[in-house]
Design a protein around this ligand. Structure first.
Ligand SMILES: [Zn+2]
Length: 423
């Protein structure tokens, strides 16, 4: 038996040490020792070899636009939406494509190989949709993009909100979106959820809603979304993004809400870098941190994944396309410090996000798509601590990133000549 590529001696996330044999775009063998030749070999002895990182919540039509047309001075969600409203009218298709494809270079270099991106369908010109469909085609050989039809200014609040969502879906956008907390009234928000769930069900599509990205403890759109997911049997095809109102809700009410979410089968996507930055801006002290109830949802068996949301755009002035940054922040804000919880934070940016996106053939087992990342760390928790270099990235059987190990050289008398910070 011969292989196109063998990744030798890596430590898998579950602690096994194994060789991974690849033929074409598939993993065909995962064994302690593969006694065969290969066209290409990656030596990963002692390094963590993981399936690729997955981001289930991003805004690629806005990425790398920080400072255009000017920076967000108040740091609030609402000023970000207002700035974006100006930018989307002046940005050309080419500019959006260029920025997004550049971002995909960053993502590939970090082993981030599947991304779900919300695309603003508010403007009648739908240039963002056109641009992101082009990006999806261009990067398809190495990154899987899912596009969400996202009515940023509201399904009913924007003049042609409803028609433009339908036009975007007809153009080939994959997932139905929504933003009920931005509609004019709680009732119109609820109505938007009923209509969008029906469209997702009728078209057999997935559904991902910016749901209650607010500090309002009385907002009730998560409850309505769970009801519609249950009504239409959307289950794991539906994801609630942000869910930040749950941070501020009354505990008794949450004790009723959590079983309803679990019953529906919907998944949840908090975005810790963004939620910690945008939420609680109207508070003095104590200042709410705006992250949804992650551990509490997990205790109910609800799948929760960490999303990145933004990199260098009107809402967030930082970001690196590193899902370990995202998980690191999530670990801190959600206080997931038990060894099992830290380990789970790594799963939340790999296998759990893959489940949320419904990725086919994801994982490191024979038959899976041959996509993986080699990290300069010994195990998943160490990867979270170090957020280390990606020494190699393989996408669909092809080595797309290689990097020299880059230890610091020490010039301190009596101390080692180099230092790596692995422990
Ligand atoms: Zn978002």
């Amino acid at each position: 038996m011969t292989f196109d590529l063998i990744v030798r001696g890596g430590t898998l996330p579950d602690g096994r040490v194994a060789d991974i044999g690849i033929r074409g775009d598939r993993i065909v063998a995962v064994e302690p020792k593969i006694e065969a030749a290969a066209g290409q070999v990656i030596y990963a002895g002692g390094d963590l070899v993981a399936p690729p990182f997955v981001d289930p919540h991003f805004h690629m039509d806005a990425t790398l636009s920080y400072g255009l047309p000017r920076v967000n001075a108040s740091g609030t969600l609402l000023e970000g939406i207002s700035l974006w409203g100006e930018l989307r009218e002046i940005a050309t298709v080419e500019e959006m494509v260029d920025r997004a494809v550049t971002y995909c270079d960053w993502a590939a270099s970090m082993g981030l190989l599947a991304i779900r991106t919300h695309v603003d369908t508010t403007p009648d010109h739908l240039r963002g949709v056109e641009a992101m469909l082009e990006v999806k085609r261009r990067v398809a050989g190495y990154i899987d993009l899912q596009l969400v039809a996202f009515p940023q200014d509201g399904l009913y609040r924007a003049p042609n909100g409803w028609d433009n969502v339908i036009r975007a879906l007809d153009m080939g956008v994959d997932v139905v979106g929504g933003i009920p907390h931005f509609e004019r009234t709680m009732e119109e928000g609820a109505q938007s959820l009923r209509e969008l769930a029906r469209i997702a069900a009728e078209r057999g599509l997935m559904w991902d809603v910016h749901c209650d990205e607010t500090d309002d403890p009385m907002s009730r759109h998560v409850e309505t979304m769970a009801r519609e997911v249950t009504r239409h049997g959307l289950g794991g095809r539906a994801a609630g993004s942000h869910l930040t109102s749950m941070h501020s809700m009354d505990n008794y009410y949450v004790s009723k809400l959590l079983p309803l979410i679990a019953e529906s089968g919907m998944t949840a996507i908090p975005n810790p870098l963004i939620n910690i930055t945008l939420q609680g801006r109207h508070d003095t002290y104590p200042k709410r941190r705006g992250l949804t109830r992650v551990k509490e949802m997990q205790a109910y068996g609800i799948t929760v994944g960490w999303g990145q949301d933004c990199v260098l755009d009107p809402w967030y002035s930082l970001g690196t396309a590193d899902m370990l940054d995202v998980a690191f922040m999530g670990l801190h804000v959600a206080q997931m410090t038990h060894p099992d919880e830290m380990r789970r934070c790594f799963d939340m940016v790999t296998v759990e996000n893959a489940r949320i996106m419904g990725l086919e053939g994801y994982g490191l087992a024979p038959g899976c798509v041959a996509s993986l990342v080699v990290l300069d760390a010994g195990n998943p928790t160490e990867a979270l601590r170090l957020r280390p270099d990606r020494l190699a990235v393989v996408s669909k059987g092809k080595v797309i990133v290689e990097r020299q190990r880059n230890d610091a050289r020490l010039a301190i008398l009596g101390r080692p000549a180099s230092v790596r910070r692995r422990h």
